[in-house]
Design a protein. Structure first.
Length: 298
């Protein structure tokens, strides 16, 4: 005899919640990153948390400049720069300017899993302290020796990478609609990542296109179609050339107004035949004037 079959739905687990998220967990043994709940559940911008988790998952030595992050995320430079500043203010991110043994100055980025915590002895090594200044070179007795100034141990995010970490206030005077068009270009072509200064320089040209009657979709199409496979210059240079060389459509003609109807002349009484006619002043009608000219000619 066959086992009885039932079409009734299985009863839910007694310990499962009736609402909210239900986790389906999997034990990971590779390709995972440990993130503290303080960071994952941090109140504020979701972009900031996403950038922090992405940086925490990267291997040592991976570039984390604004340009590199914009090439990975769909957000523009302004949001990425703001997220990095928030992480730096919260203590998760630190940038140091350090002097190499060769005397060159390099900026290094450190990301802390827990702000202000002592590094795990079994984990990555502690960030090195800035090296001591080099010994001054020996100079003649007649010339006093000069010591090399000690480098600053820390550097703010904006000063460490002035080209990549530009302040968002640089485009305060630019047209917001033009900036929105320029920010949307990298969503069509990820190579078209612009800095804040570059977007501010290109915004006036985009504003002229908008004033000429071109829509945002049309402008994005003109700036992104037919681009070369490899850029030999910065994307801002290519966009500036297209904005400068693409002819603008003719400006629409101003609306024409209908001519006003001529004023109606008053009636006058002819001095010669008492016939009524329209004229600005009293006098003779056309027939009397023609007759007078014929008599004078005869």
């Amino acid at each position: 005899m066959a086992d009885p079959q039932s079409s009734a739905r299985l009863r839910a687990d007694a310990g499962a919640p009736t609402s909210g998220v239900i986790h389906v967990r999997t034990r990971l043994t590779a390709d995972f990153t440990v993130v503290s709940n303080a960071l994952a559940q941090r109140r504020g911008s979701a972009v900031t948390i996403g950038v922090a988790v992405y940086i925490a998952s990267l291997p040592e030595g991976t570039p984390v400049s604004i340009a590199a992050l914009c090439a990975h995320f769909t957000e523009g430079e302004i949001l990425i720069s703001r997220a990095l500043r928030e992480l730096e203010a919260a203590g998760y991110l630190e940038r140091r300017r350090e002097r190499l043994p060769t005397g060159q100055i390099r900026t290094r980025t450190y990301f802390y899993a827990v702000p202000g915590a002592v590094p795990d002895p079994d984990g990555p090594p502690e960030p090195p302290e800035p090296p001591a200044p080099r010994e001054p070179r020996k100079r003649p007795v007649t010339e006093p020796a000069k010591t090399v100034p000690e480098p600053q141990p820390t550097l703010s995010l904006a000063d460490a990478d002035a080209d990549a970490d530009a302040d968002a206030d640089a485009d305060a005077d630019a047209d917001p609609q033009a900036l929105a068009v320029l920010t949307a270009l990298c969503r069509v072509d990820p190579r078209l990542v612009l800095s804040v200064q570059e977007a501010a320089r290109l915004a006036p040209a985009v504003s002229r296109w908008l004033a000429a009657g071109l829509g945002t979709v049309r402008i994005i199409k003109l700036l992104t179609e037919g681009l070369p496979d490899h850029f030999l210059t910065r994307p801002a240079g290519i966009l500036a050339y297209r904005l400068r060389e693409t002819p603008l459509p003719a400006a629409p003609l101003p609306p024409t107004h209908r001519d006003e109807r001529p004023a109606v002349l008053p009636f006058q009484t002819c001095d010669g035949c008492d016939k009524a006619f329209r004229a600005p002043e009293p006098g003779r009608c056309r027939g009397c004037r023609s007759g007078s000219r014929l008599h004078a000619a005869g």
